[in-house]
Design a protein around this ligand. Sequence first.
Ligand SMILES: Nc1ncnc2c1ncn2[C@@H]1O[C@H](COP(=O)(O)OP(=O)(O)O)[C@@H](O)[C@H]1O
Ligand SMILES: [Mg+2]
Length: 279
Amino acid sequence: MADDDFVEETEGAPGDEFEEIDVSDTEADRIARKRDREFAEFRKRVKDADQFKVEAGAFDDATYAAIYKLVQDGYVAALGGPISTGKEANVYAAEAPEGETVALKVYRVNASDFRQMRDYLEGDPRFEGIRGDKKSVVLAWTRKEFANLKRAAEAGVKVPDPIAVQRNVLAMEYIGGEDEAAPTLTDVTLENPETAYEVVKEYMRRLYDAKLVHGDLSEYNIVVHEGELTVIDVGQAVTTYHPNADEFLRRDCRNVANFFSRAGADADVDDLYAFVTRE
Ligand SMILES: Nc1ncnc2c1ncn2[C@@H]1O[C@H](COP(=O)(O)OP(=O)(O)O)[C@@H](O)[C@H]1O
Ligand SMILES: [Mg+2]
């Protein structure tokens, strides 16, 4: 399956252009183990204070410690209410020291389907040598979403700006208004589906040019705010070197083309795939 054309164009091994990702940082685990007085107070404050609106016991010690570290590092000042409760992660609103809102995506180390996650890390040059246990996989996954957001943003795709990552907690730009997070494409009626489709097509192509395939792209993972489309949920995005990258891309094309057809745009799966891959 060696792709000679491609090898000729590339210097070094496929994937060399990806920065390696360090998942050895378990500062939050160290804090949680040490449980110093300040951390214990923070944990209590989060549990007690009304402003935090987080049910007691929502996080385990190491997750509290990861959020505490984000507070210490100056990214977060206070925790807000949940925006979304998902299978793999919950998303919370939080307040940054300057008062602006940020989004915290908190991955569940225990409930996560880490076997499936592990399959998505396969063949990713950034994650060679990651241990296969649940915690390592979920922590790598969180860093992967952070790295993917960065890479997508650099490629010119509108995504939430990544801010920081600690253990299983990802801090990123919050997309939405004061009272509510931005709706997904499932929850809006598009005034101009043709234009929106053009934007998503272009995002998909830029992502592909940056050697990433979203892998879960659909109307559920695109939000609309102030007339702009933002792609979210890039944790599972794989490099084009992943053994299933092409299958994932075809599925993304199918989801997107079907959605925009239904919305009234002139969208076709094969045309979209050809546009994205420039084939
Ligand atoms: N940066 C963000 N700003 C505002 N809302 C967000 C942000 N990221 C995620 N959300 C909200 O949280 C929901 C779940 O986030 P997502 O990343 O798609 O996780 P999941 O894996 O649970 O689908 C989204 O549908 C969106 O409503
Ligand atoms: Mg999602």
